[in-house]
Write a protein that binds this ligand. Structure first.
Ligand code: GLA
Length: 682
């Protein structure tokens, strides 16, 4: 195979200042057979840019997720963000690029074919903003599209056919980063379009001395991970993220398998952060940030920091998590297991330690467990276990385990550290079974505290608390002088939700305190969700009319007896699959999960399932029925061309059933899914 090599001369410099030429180099190359696909776990050996840029994943800010094209996106905002990077310590934490997205320009080029900044947004021009940002020790990024126009419906000028002059204009302005989008591309081959801009940027760098990080944004459509390592420094792997759990989850699942393709100077980009934009809980945002870091993803803040809460700044500013992302070895973490929504993802670090994410995709707390050996650490008598959100260290004999709250992530860094004995033993604390209550009735639950270390946990005590009016009475000891290594303290509790409690989700808190041999006090807190439920009536019920326990949906709410619409409640039409209209059922949007309480009293779920006719292309989904965590029935991939498929599941004896719709692995775009005629027989 003949490999195309290209040369780029770059200069490395302090932020904002132009320094000396240090490298003039090109693709480092290993042999790769044409069309070779990296085996799981193997590193990609594709030719790479070797210009010294983006040796760790780019970090910074981009306005798109918070402002889109709204008027508040202007030079004051951009300068304000640069100010806050410095004031809030974010620059010191590693955030560097302040990036402009679409809508910074006027719709027309000037008479010389040059781009013109919108004078309403950038009255001082882009160069002035670049100077301002550079003076703060930061860098400036800009955006355009590898097409005739950008993605905004206003249609700002794209760079297709103007690559060299636009790249030169950016470099002259002092731009340090280009995001190059994919809209209005006129069907021109992607590799060709993105390579032309690479060469144009190299040319601009040669002429001006300004290196420019190159972010390819073709949404993963042409598998850029297979060809772009010597084209850009990062490439989007998916469609756009939006500020909701389902979108984040779907993108996470598409980006995780691409681990072999990432490394210094060539990163998978699962899109910018939504942390702080309000559509997810802080627990979910911590998962988003943890998983992006374990995936060595670019960390581009997508919320308006001028109005960010302390919690948002706390997440984005967690330097121990940022250090996972920015580790110089540059590995993207790999999935070790993912059963039942319990994900274990491990990332090898330059110091030999492993960052390990225990990520709970599911809607209830779950125990997630792995071991030092399974994450790739050598045999050792003990391991130091650093919790990167709690900021404390314990030791383990080898088990790495925690009860992880719904949608939460426990992120630890584990090392074979000879000093492990100076840390208290790690304990694992959890509750058996799902806390489900019918109001006024008591339920028996068992808590377990297990010593995972090599020394005893001393002066152990456990408490369980619920909301006001709830009772939790221990039926067995809640404390012990010592719990030896590998042993557990189990406590049985009788818990009662007061009569008249409305159905819904309520917080329970399981808490334990123990001491190490040296006397250090360690508190462990596990937040749990208890559901107050109503037993379903005997006979056949329409699921479109029964109360659910939980409902998660990719776009808008789950709809009763209509299709999903897309955004607001009630915006759907009649449930329609393959031209047939159905009066009852549920209209959802992948990724979706709806749970119903069945209390062990039901037998069968039936439905006619398919993609709703309100979408005519792109929608691809699978349907699954789960009975207490066991799959009871599923379909293959269904799309917009197919008629409804009958689905029937035996759910005999289940306490809880779950109706799940997946995106079939290709992202959630247009995945409007109907559970038509859905019934439950009890
Ligand atoms: C595309 C990109 C987004 C954003 C918008 C701007 O959708 O994928 O990240 O840049 O265009 O119009």
């Amino acid at each position: 195979m003949t490999r195309h090599l290209h040369t780029r001369t770059v200069r490395r410099r302090a932020a904002g200042a132009v320094g000396a030429v240090v490298a003039g180099l090109l693709c480092a190359a290993g042999p790769a057979a044409p069309g070779a696909v990296a085996a799981p776990g193997a590193r990609s050996v594709a030719p790479r840019l070797d210009d010294g840029l983006a040796r760790t994943p780019p970090m910074g800010f981009n306005n798109w997720n918070s402002t889109g094209c709204r008027a508040e996106f202007d030079q004051d905002m951009v300068k304000g963000i640069a100010d806050l990077f410095v004031e809030k310590g974010l620059r010191d934490a590693g955030y560097e690029y302040v990036n402009l997205d679409d809508c910074w320009a006027l719709p027309e080029r000037d008479a010389d074919g040059k781009l013109v900044p919108d004078p309403a947004r950038f009255p001082d021009g882009i160069a002035a903003v670049a100077d301002y940002v550079h003076a703060k020790g930061l860098k400036l990024g800009i955006y355009t599209s590898a097409g005739t126009k950008t993605c905004s419906s206003v249609g700002f000028p794209g760079a297709l056919g103007h690559e060299y002059s636009d790249a030169r204009q950016f470099a002259d302005w002092g731009v340090d980063y280009l995001k190059y989008d994919n809209c209005n591309n006129q069907g021109v081959d992607a590799k060709q379009r993105y390579t032309t801009m690479r060469d144009a940027l190299a040319d601009a760098t040669r002429a001006t001395g300004r290196p420019i990080v190159y972010s390819i944004c073709e949404w993963g459509q042409n598998k850029p991970w297979e060809w772009a390592a010597d084209v850009g420094h990062l490439w989007r792997t998916t469609g756009d993220i939006s500020d909701n759990w389902s979108s984040m989850l779907s993108i996470l699942k598409q980006n995780l398998p691409l681990a072999p393709y990432a490394g210094p100077g060539h990163w998978n980009d699962p899109d910018m952060l939504e942390v702080g934009n309000g559509g997810m809980t802080d627990t979910e945002y911590r998962s988003h940030f943890s998983m992006w870091s374990v995936m060595a993803a670019p960390l581009l803040i997508g919320s308006d920091l001028r109005t960010a809460s302390a919690a948002t700044l706390g997440i984005l500013g967690n330097e121990e998590v940022v250090a996972v992302d920015q580790d110089p070895l540059g590995r993207q973490g790999t999935v070790l297991s993912a059963e039942g929504g319990r994900w274990v993802v491990a990332k090898e670090m330059a110091d030999g330690s492993r960052a390990v994410a225990l990520f709970n995709e599911s809607g209830s707390a779950q125990r997630i467990s792995t071991s030092a050996r399974a994450v790739g650490l050598p045999a050792a008598s003990g391991y130091a276990l650093r919790d990167l959100w709690q900021h404390r260290t314990s030791h383990t004999a080898g088990t790495i385990a925690a009860t992880v709250p719904a949608h939460g992530t426990v992120l630890v860094r584990v090392s074979a550290d000879a000093r492990w004995a100076q840390y208290p033993p790690a304990v694992e604390l959890g509750l058996d079974g799902t806390p489900l209550f019918e109001a006024g009735r008591s339920v028996t639950l068992t808590s377990t505290l297990t010593d995972l270390g090599r020394t005893a946990a001393r002066d152990v005590s456990v408490t369980l608390d619920g909301p006001a009016g709830w009772r939790a009475r221990a039926l067995s000891p809640t404390g012990a002088d010592a719990v030896p290594p590998g042993r557990s303290l189990r406590t049985t509790w009788r818990v009662t939700a007061p009569a008249g409690t409305e159905s819904g989700s309520y917080g329970l808190t399981l808490r334990a305190v123990h001491r190490s041999a040296a006397g250090a006090r360690v508190e462990t807190v596990v937040p749990l969700a208890a559901s107050v439920v109503v037993a379903p009536p005997p006979g056949v019920s329409s699921l479109g009319d029964l109360p659910w326990m939980t409902a998660a949906n990719g776009w808008g709410p789950v709809e009763r007896n209509t299709s999903n619409g897309e955004s607001a409640a009630g915006d759907g039409g009649p449930l329609t699959i393959g031209g047939t209209v159905y009066a009852d059922g549920l209209g959802v949007h992948a990724e979706s999960s709806v749970e119903f309480y069945t209390g062990g009293a039901c037998e069968t779920v039936t439905a006619d399932v398919g993609v709703d006719d309100e979408k005519s292309t792109n929608g691809t989904v699978t349907f699954e029925v789960w009975a207490d965590g066991t799959e009871a029935a599923s379909t293959g991939v269904l799309d917009t061309t197919m008629p409804a498929q009958p689905l029937s599941a035996d759910v005999t004896g289940a306490e809880v059933i779950r109706l799940t719709v997946t995106d079939a692995g290709d992202g959630i775009d247009s995945d409007h899914a109907d559970w038509a005629n859905a019934t439950l027989t009890c």
